[in-house]
Ligand binder design. Structure first.
Ligand code: ARG
Length: 459
């Protein structure tokens, strides 16, 4: 058996060298995209009079047979043929004979592989966006139930001011919304056809690149053949958008892990998304949340890997570019898996509103309320801050909370304070009143929730 490019070679490579150079182990994931690309290419060649319609019919017929077999997992690929492109050409030859050799007219594997990956990623981006929306849906549904559930809000992981649980959950909704926007925007650049760029310089055949692009559903073609075959920034953009998405999921997971601990007890993660310990019978570990957090690291790694591969490559195609695929496939799989796990885990999660509320009553996160109360009554805020600080210190010494201090003590510090302070100090009141746009006040959160719902497909 000889290589499809064997003409100029005297010696053949050893099997282990072939093995090192081959990409068929992983690029077979592109089998359907490769066939789709070939069908469009050959159809265009026929329309341009470069192939006869009999040849086109034979080749396209053979490719349809291969596609059918691929879907049934009935194709056998060989390392000898290196990659999916040459394996398919060899298989087509077995199907229809020597006319198969005409398929590669006016094409190179360089524009072919780039086309495959554009097709592949275009579909994956659409799936990723749907996956993000399913997580957003679960956040919205819990938020709707928890507008008036109050919990501690943190800065520096220290209790800061109480917030609405819905507000906290919606913070993640908006992060995911931006992720979605980034993926959507990237489609502009993924939705471009490199096909017809040839090896690097275009071709002498009278091809119609716009027609093959149209047949493949691409809205644009790369205007420069060198760029078309050597560009991988569309993959980098996916990896970078995926890294940001995973970073957001990872932050949320970190909180879920904290919240499910004995120390917080704000939530219970369902058994389905937890695991036990082989030694400690009492354990229930938030493994799935930890894994999503961990997997964010590998996605970032894939991004850095490809950036590093790309940064020193001269134009145009270099075999280094074959290394673009595994990180991309791995990222797609990791992102889809993480999104499904997140949607399921959030959906099944139980929030302990009582524990959250109790937590807000056993801290000083209402100190800002006291300072605001004083400044609303005319005291300059800086002075109000000072008076409040003194009262907090007094409380700490006396082992009391602000709501437990007697009115006389307050009045000894400021004559502006009257009985109505106690209502202002209640965490529920504190949250309910923060209705500046985008704030945590119950009414502001209702508005925010409506805006969030508008962003989801059912609305
Ligand atoms: N398997 C190759 C890749 O994934 C296909 C392109 C090969 N082109 C070449 N000139 N060797 O990059």
């Amino acid at each position: 058996m000889s290589k499809l490019w064997g003409g100029r070679f005297e010696q053949t490579a050893s099997e282990w060298v072939d093995e090192f150079g081959a990409s068929i182990h992983f690029d077979q994931a592109l089998v359907l995209e490769d066939i789709e690309g070939s069908i469009a290419h050959v159809t265009m060649l026929g329309e341009q009079g470069i192939l006869t319609s009999a040849e086109v019919d034979q080749i396209v017929g053979g490719l349809h047979t291969l596609a059918k077999k691929a879907k049934q997992d009935a194709l056998t690929f060989k390392v000898f043929h290196e990659d999916i492109h040459m394996n398919l050409e060899a298989l087509l030859h077995e199907e229809i004979g020597p006319v198969a050799g005409k398929m590669h007219t006016a094409r190179s594997r360089n524009d072919q592989v780039a086309t495959d990956m554009h097709l592949y990623l275009k579909n994956r981006v659409i799936e990723t966006i749907a996956g993000i929306e399913s997580v957003q849906q679960t956040l919205v549904s819990h938020a709707s139930q928890n507008i008036e559930t109050v919990m501690p809000g943190y800065t520096h992981l220290q209790r800061a001011q109480p917030v609405s649980l819905a507000h906290h959950l919606l913070a993640y909704f908006w992060m995911l919304e931006r992720d979605k926007e980034r993926f959507l925007d990237s489609l502009k650049r993924i939705d471009m056809s490199p096909l017809g760029a040839g090896a690097l310089a275009g071709t002498t055949f009278p091809i119609d690149r716009h027609r093959s692009a149209e047949l493949l559903g691409f809205s644009r073609v790369y205007p420069n053949s060198l760029d078309a075959v050597s560009d991988r920034d569309f993959i980098l953009e996916y990896l970078s958008n995926a890294s940001l998405l995973m970073m957001h999921l990872s932050r949320f997971c970190e909180e879920l892990i904290l919240w499910s601990s004995e120390e917080f007890k704000f939530i219970t993660i369902s058994d389905v998304f937890s695991t036990g310990s082989s030694m400690m019978p009492q354990k229930k570990n938030p493994d799935m949340a930890e894994l999503v957090r961990g997997k964010s690291g590998r996605v970032v790694g894939n991004l850095i890997g490809l950036l590093t591969i790309m940064k020193g490559l001269p134009l145009a195609y270099n075999k280094d570019l074959q290394e673009d695929k595994e990180g991309m496939f791995d990222t797609v799989k990791t992102v889809q898996g993480s999104l499904s796990i997140m949607a399921g885990m959030i959906q099944d999660m139980t929030f302990h509103a009582d524990t959250m509320k109790r937590a807000t009553e056993r801290d000083f996160s209402n100190a800002t309320e006291l300072a605001d109360y004083l400044s609303a009554k005319g005291m300059p805020f800086r002075e109000a801050h000072e008076v409040t600080g003194t009262l907090v210190r007094h409380c700490i010494e006396e082992r009391l909370y602000l709501s437990e201090l007697p009115l006389e003590t307050y009045q000894a510090h400021s004559a502006l304070i009257t009985e109505d302070l106690y209502d202002a100090l209640s965490p529920v009141t504190a949250v309910a009143r923060r209705n500046s746009y985008g704030g945590t006040g119950f009414d502001a959160v209702r508005t925010q929730l409506d805006e969030a719902k508008q962003k989801l497909p059912t609305h």
